[in-house]
Write a protein that binds this ligand. Structure first.
Ligand code: PSU
Ligand code: MN
Length: 335
C-alpha cells in the first residue's frame, strides 16, 4: 500500500473504533487529527472525572527537567484526587488528548516544539510538527474531547501597553468562545490585570475567585488589588456554576481563579521586583509577540534565583487538587 492508502485505512479504521467513544459525548474520535488516550476515552465514556492539562508550560514555561517532573507530579495529583489526567499537546501533527509517559518525556525534551495557540494549530498539523498547546489551544482540544474542566498555572491576558500594541492573549478570546472551565492562579502581574478583567467581561467570561473572598489573585500573590465579579466557596459551588453555564448553552467559558496558598506566597514581593526588571529588559531588547511571555518567565526565574519556579510549581499543584475536586463534583452532577 502507498502512503495515501495507509492514511485512508487509518482514518476509516479509527472512525470505526472511535464510534463507541463518540456515542457517549458526541465530539471526539480518533482520526488523523486527534488521538484520545484510552484512559481518557474510557473515563469519559463511564462519566468519570477528567482534568485537561496544557503543555506550553512543559515546552516553553519551565526548563528541563523541572518541566517533566512538574507535569508528572500534576498528573499524579489528579489521579490521587480520583480523576483522570488528560495532558494535551501536538505530536507529529496530531493533537493528543492524554499523553503516555514516553510522549510526555518526548515533549519535555523536544527543543523544536512550537508554542501552539488557536492560530498555530493549522500550521503545526499541516507540517506534522510538535507543539505545546497554550490555554487557548488546549481549550479547543478539551472541548472537542468533551472535557469540561481544565487546570493550568496562569492564563495569558492583556499585556502592559496592550492598549497600544494590541498584544492581548488569544486565551481571552478563546474563553469567550469555548465552553470550558479554566482553573488557574489568576493572571501574572507581568500583564495588565485591570484591562485583562475588563476584556474578559467584554468577552462574556464568567470570572470567579475560588474561596471566601473576591480578591482576584495575581499568580505569585493571592491578591492583585482587583476583584473578581464573583467568588465560589468550594468545589460544589464551582460545579454548580459550570452546570449552569453548560445548561444555558452559552458558548463562553469560565475562569476560576485559585489564590496561591499563603505558605508559598511569601516570596511574592521579591518575585514582583524581578518582574519589573524583566519587563524593562524585554522592552529594551524589543522582545515581541509570542516570545514575550516565555522570555519574561525565564528572566523572572533567573532574577529571583529560582524562587518563582518553586512558587510556580506549588500553585500548579494546588490548582490540580482544586480542579480535580471540581471535576469530581461535576461528574456527580452529570450522572
Ligand atoms: N503564564 C505562565 N506560564 C505559562 C503561560 C502563561 O505563567 O506557561 C503560557 C500559557 O500556555 C498561556 C500562554 O496560555 O503562555 C499565553 O501566551 P501569550 O501571552 O503569548 O498568549
Ligand atoms: Mn501575545
Amino acid at each position: 500500500l502507498g502512503a495515501s492508502e495507509i492514511r485512508l485505512l487509518r482514518r476509516v479504521s479509527a472512525q470505526i473504533l472511535g464510534r463507541g467513544i463518540s456515542k457517549f459525548h458526541g465530539l471526539c474520535r480518533n482520526d488523523e487529527l486527534f488521538r484520545v488516550h484510552l484512559s481518557v476515552s474510557q473515563a469519559l465514556a463511564e462519566n468519570r472525572p477528567v482534568v485537561a492539562l496544557e503543555s506550553t508550560i512543559i515546552t516553553h514555561g519551565m526548563p528541563y527537567p523541572h518541566n517533566l517532573s512538574t507535569a508528572k507530579e500534576v498528573e499524579d495529583i489528579v489521579r490521587s484526587e480520583g480523576a483522570t489526567p488528560a495532558t494535551i499537546g501536538v505530536i507529529q501533527g496530531r493533537i493528543h488528548v492524554g499523553l503516555s509517559a514516553e510522549e510526555l518525556d518526548y515533549l519535555a525534551r523536544s527543543k523544536a516544539s512550537l508554542k501552539v495557540s488557536r492560530r498555530d494549530l493549522p500550521y503545526v498539523i499541516s507540517k506534522g510538527l510538535c507543539g505545546g498547546t497554550t490555554v487557548s489551544g488546549t481549550m479547543i482540544a478539551a472541548h472537542r474531547a468533551g472535557i469540561p474542566v481544565f487546570v493550568t498555572g496562569g492564563t495569558g491576558g492583556v499585556h502592559r501597553g496592550g492598549e497600544k500594541s494590541l498584544d492581548v492573549s488569544a486565551d481571552l478570546t478563546e474563553l469567550g468562545r469555548t465552553p470550558i472551565a479554566v482553573v488557574s492562579a489568576g493572571v501574572k502581574s507581568i500583564l495588565d490585570i485591570g484591562r485583562t478583567l475588563e476584556y474578559l467581561e467584554t468577552q462574556g467570561v464568567c470570572v470567579a475567585t475560588y474561596g471566601n473572598s473576591k480578591n482576584f489573585p495575581a499568580f505569585f500573590t493571592p491578591q492583585s488589588g482587583f476583584l473578581s465579579p464573583y467568588n465560589v466557596c468550594n468545589a460544589d459551588e464551582a460545579a454548580d456554576l459550570i452546570v449552569s453555564a453548560l445548561s444555558l448553552g452559552i458558548q463562553s467559558g469560565l475562569l476560576l481563579a485559585v489564590p496561591i496558598p499563603e505558605e508559598h506566597a511569601a516570596a511574592g514581593q521579591q518575585i514582583e521586583d524581578a518582574i519589573q526588571a524583566a519587563l524593562t529588559e524585554a522592552s529594551a531588547k524589543c522582545i515581541r509577540g509570542k516570545d514575550v511571555t516565555p522570555f519574561i518567565l525565564q528572566k523572572v526565574n533567573d532574577l529571583s534565583r529560582g524562587k518563582s519556579l518553586q512558587a510556580n510549581k506549588a500553585l500548579i499543584h494546588n490548582n490540580a487538587r482544586v480542579g480535580s475536586q471540581i471535576a469530581r463534583a461535576l461528574s456527580e452532577r452529570m450522572l
